[in-house]
Design a protein around this ligand. Structure first.
Ligand SMILES: Cc1cc2nc3c(=O)[nH]c(=O)nc-3n(C[C@H](O)[C@H](O)[C@H](O)COP(=O)(O)O)c2cc1C
Length: 918
């Protein structure tokens, strides 16, 4: 009895600290001293220490590995009461463990707690009864010598001679055991009820994953050599791409290797293949990596899994490869690809031959580190790098860097795979898509039109929205719940505040993250191409990947319309590359003047630059130039260039998402994500208007929703094009207005390392002019929310914001000022400083305001160990602000360190964070 009481008292306090692992011993087999698991509900990473939290988790699950993970129960517990006690403990523990594994299955835990309380108080009352009955010589408990019989006992509570306490304990036990057995079902339901089922999200933090598999299981669909063999390919080109550039280069390289060298390449996404299968690639095959660096020297989302397996440490840029755990490389027993294959377990990639080109930007501190690290790691595992390691610089001319690298590497690659140089007759054009017009409308499912999701809708239709996985390949069509203009209508640049509802999706985010937004193209560009194609834009077409093509697939669904494909999937504004002019357009131009024009663009760099790059000539404009030349020079009709849809699809890269800093706080607004986006527009060197695709789309949504109530079907056609004339209102409101649906925009969240200090009392200094304000709006709202709701002690919070005119583009003016009123209640040093550059004769910028308030900045950063944040333009603003900070240190330095060292120490300790763009 007292054991029961003690047990209950021991178990109950656990409920007050629900995130602590139980102190009950488990089997443990984590190979490293620390492993990181992801809190699947909050997406925050939690470090589990081997010594303190000895639990082994299976990959992707929160179940301890041990089959029998109940606490050990002694074999000698034959006494029925003790058995009941032990079973009760294990049931209680099972419930508790199910609770832990489900994160917040509050209902489940409540059941356990109520039952335990009930049981505990019953015990107490029985004790009391025992005490009373001892007076009258009647024991409420059976004596050990009593034999169970089938009749009712004296108090009538049990047919097995059990008393009321036994019944309660047994009920607890049965409920506990059933809960444990059916825990998955229960947890799934409770998560669905919470409307937030955690679905796998793209992981962007470099967390160390534990690798518990001991024998590699080869999944042939995900094995690189098996796919190469099956598809008759000898070069696998992988791309690590965040915004599509690397993917485009990979496609261009592939065409060139096929056309110019007679090779058999194919372009593939590392996400679809297992890095462990690299060890089974024989030396007569070749691997090419085209990898961009993103974030602060990080891999792109689609390279993350490979990277975490190749370099499994958080300090990945300074990793000592010799001490790293190896991926579970496949052993090539069953592979009959090459007879000269020798497997060396110390150098598992000895047979692998690869080439690599990186995309980066020299203005970033970690220039091209991703491709450098991956290449070094592969070499450390025995792989051989063929040709130079190419390093493209986005700040200069990536295309030039790429073609220089290609000229050096491609012949070596061709030689290695025993390829031959193709003759001109081999250089035929192979389209990426086979397109056919569909007349029988019953053949297609219109619900699949214009969706960017890759997952099969059949499976997804069984799921709740909150259970559907969202990632970079499967964005979520979120409803726009708020859209408003932040600037004065007369301001030359419009800035939109657009909020996306994520309440019924599996998306979650933390303050400081980025959101990827898929725009739709303006019908100005789409219409121009439709005219060149000379087709009915609403014609339903079927586009299936050409099995002969070497390129990656831009979209999943085969049915759409001409307009649908060009609006939602293809990049119709970026300039056509010289590679594509050569590989795609030239083979389809038969007139001599046409060929001369294209050849000049291909071979004369300055002609290409002045005609295409500098004026940012759109594909439609360039194709129109070609047609005009042919018309002017009287090319006969049968020789004239006719644009076909499959040629066009092969010429254009796919439409990529744009990333924006999230301007809402996840603590304050977990169910919505907001963005703050300035509409990008400029004049080309040929004086044409140019508009940023996504930023103008989001601004058009604001305009559309503002005017929505006054738009009718009759008036919509009379509405002129949106000013700036980019997206038409028809396009944006059409769905919402006529199909009575909301405006939905495909999005997904990318985690970022740009984060507030976990302790809100730590001072922060933020510099965010223009839309660089976005993440800081989230930061200050979160801190003010903490004061308002929890009365938390929030430290000094300083923001430097700037724009052009106070009267026209002071973004979130009232909101910022009232938020700072709240912040200053907690700290009198919390201040908002503004700089409006065009309001005064002499221009004032944020760096001037920093210098004017240098004493405060110095105190918060260098005396109170605060955090410093910059967000916005990286090419000039971030550089000037960095210089200003050194000047601040110079002006007030009381320490022995130099001003530069002081700023460096901020960087080294993670207290200098940048979220910048170029
Ligand atoms: C948010 C962001 C972060 C970046 N971080 C780095 C970096 O740390 N180092 C680097 O060399 N380049 C960096 N870059 C530059 C990209 O690598 C470069 O723009 C590249 O062309 C993008 O290729 P993608 O379109 O295939 O993703 C960054 C670009 C962006 C947009």
């Amino acid at each position: 009895m007292s054991f029961l009481v003690i047990t209950y008292i021991c178990i109950l306090p656990l409920s007050q600290d629900i995130y602590k692992a139980p102190d009950i011993p488990f089997s443990f087999s984590c190979p490293s001293s620390e492993m990181t698991i992801e809190d699947s509900e909050h997406k925050a990473s939690t470090t589990v220490n081997q010594e303190t939290d000895p639990i082994t988790y299976r990959f992707g699950s929160f179940e301890p590995i041990s089959e029998d993970s109940n606490p050990p129960v002694s074999e000698t517990l034959n006494n029925p009461i003790l058995n009941l006690v032990s079973t009760t403990i294990s049931s209680a523990y099972s419930i508790f463990k199910a609770f832990l594994s489900g994160q917040k299955s509050f209902y489940l835990f409540s059941v356990a707690v109520v039952l335990l309380f009930f049981s505990f108080f019953t015990d107490l009352s029985l004790l009391l009864a025992s005490f009373i009955s001892s007076k009258s010589k009647i024991s409420p408990l059976r004596s050990p010598s009593q034999k169970p019989n089938m009749k009712s006992n004296s108090n009538g509570f049990s047919i097995f001679n059990l008393d009321r306490k036994d019944l309660i304990i047994m009920t607890t036990m049965v409920i506990g055991a059933s809960t444990f057995i059916f825990r998955k079902l229960i947890l799934n339901n409770s998560k669905a009820a919470e409307n937030k089922t955690p679905a796998p999200q793209p992981e962007t933090e470099l967390e160390l994953e534990s690798q518990v598999e001991s024998t590699p299981v080869i999944d042939l669909d995900r094995s690189i050599p098996d796919n190469m063999k099956l598809k008759n390919k000898n070069i696998a080109i992988f791309y690590g791409s965040q915004t599509g550039t690397a993917e485009d280069l990979a496609n261009r390289l592939s065409r060139s290797l096929q056309n110019d060298f007679g090779a058999f390449p194919f372009v593939i996404d590392p996400e679809d293949f297992d890095v462990e299968s690299l060890s089974r690639i024989p030396s007569n095959y070749h691997v090419i990596l085209i990898l961009s660096t993103t974030g602060e020297g990080e891999p792109t989302d689609n390279m993350l899994k490979w990277y975490k397996k190749l370099i499994p440490t958080e300090d990945h840029l300074n990793a000592d490869f010799s001490s790293l755990k190896l991926p579970n490389f496949h052993v090539p027993e069953d592979l009959e690809i090459s007879s000269d294959y020798v497997f060396d377990k110390d150098l598992p990639l000895k047979n692998l031959h690869f080439s690599a080109f990186g995309l980066g930007n020299t203005t970033y501190e970690n220039f091209n580190v991703h491709v450098k690290q991956v290449s070094k790691r592969l070499v450390s595992l025995g792989a051989q790098l063929i040709g130079p390691l190419g390093l493209g610089d986005d700040d200069d001319d990536v295309d030039y860097d790429f073609s220089k690298w290609k000229d050096a590497a491609a012949p070596l690659i061709a030689q290695k795979i025993d390829s031959f140089t193709a003759t001109s007759s081999d250089k035929s054009f192979i389209s990426d898509w086979i397109v056919s017009e569909i007349t029988n409308t019953e053949e297609y499912d219109s619900s699949k039109f214009n969706t960017l999701r890759n997952s099969t809708t059949e499976n997804e239709s069984q799921l709740q929205p909150s259970q559907i996985n969202v990632d970079n390949r499967n964005p979520w069509g979120s409803v726009v719940c708020v859209a408003k203009q932040l600037c004065h209508p007369e301001n030359e640049r419009q800035t939109a505040h657009v909020e996306f509802d994520i309440s019924d999706s599996s998306i979650s985010y933390t303050t400081g993250d980025h959101v990827a937004v898929w725009p739709i193209n303006s019908d100005i560009h789409v219409d121009a191409l439709i005219q060149l194609l000379n087709v009915n834009k609403d014609q339903v077409v079927k586009a299936v990947p050409n099995p002969e093509s070497t390129n990656s697939n831009p979209f999943q669904y085969s049915y759409s319309t001409y307009e649908g494909i060009l609006t939602h999937y293809m990049d119709v504004t970026s300039t056509i590359s010289q590679d594509n002019l050569k590989q795609v357009l030239l083979p389809n131009v038969s007139s001599q003047p046409g060929q001369e024009f294209i050849n000049k663009l291909i071979n004369d760099k300055s002609f290409y630059t002045s005609n295409v790059t500098t004026p940012t000539t759109t594909p439609a404009e360039l194709l129109q130039q070609l047609i005009s030349i042919e018309t002017e020079l009287n090319v006969p009709a049968d020789k004239k260039f006719v644009l076909s849809f499959d040629v066009l699809l092969s010429l254009l890269p796919r439409l990529s998402p744009r990333f924006y800093s999230i301007s809402s706080s996840s603590v304050e607004s977990p169910d919505s994500i907001s963005t703050t986006v300035v509409a990008l527009q400029y004049k080309s060197t040929k004086n044409q208007n140019r508009y940023g695709v996504a930023s103008n789309y989001l601004n058009a949504i604001v305009d559309a929703t503002t005017k929505k109530s006054t738009i009718t079907k009759e008036t919509i056609s009379s509405l002129t094009k949106f000013d700036p004339p980019y997206h038409t209102l028809e396009k944006v409101v059409a769905d919402s207005l006529f199909k009575k649906a909301d405006i939905r925009v495909p999005i997904f969240v990318r985690k970022s390392a740009f984060k507030l200090p976990s302790d809100p009392s730590i001072p922060i200094v933020m510099v965010g002019p223009g839309t660089g304000l976005a993440p800081f709006r989230a930061f200050i709202r979160e801190r003010a929310f903490m004061i308002n709701t929890n009365d938390e002690k929030v430290g000094p919070t300083v923001l430097f914001f700037g724009n052009r005119y106070e009267s026209k583009d002071y973004l979130y003016k009232e909101e910022l000022e009232s938020t700072f009123e709240t912040l200053s209640k907690s700290s009198s040093e919390s201040k908002l400083f503004t700089a409006f550059s065009r309001d005064t004769d002499q221009k004032v910028y944020v760096q001037n305001r920093i210098m004017e308030n240098s004493e405060l900045v110095y105190k918060l950063l260098f005396e109170m160990n605060g955090y410093f944040y910059i967000c916005g333009d990286g090419s000039r603003m971030a550089v000037d602000v960095a210089k200003a900070l050194i000047d601040v240190a110079k002006a007030h330095n009381k320490s022995d360190s130099s001003p530069t060292d002081l700023v460096e120490s901020l960087k080294k300790t993670g207290r200098y964070q940048e979220d910048i763009w170029f």
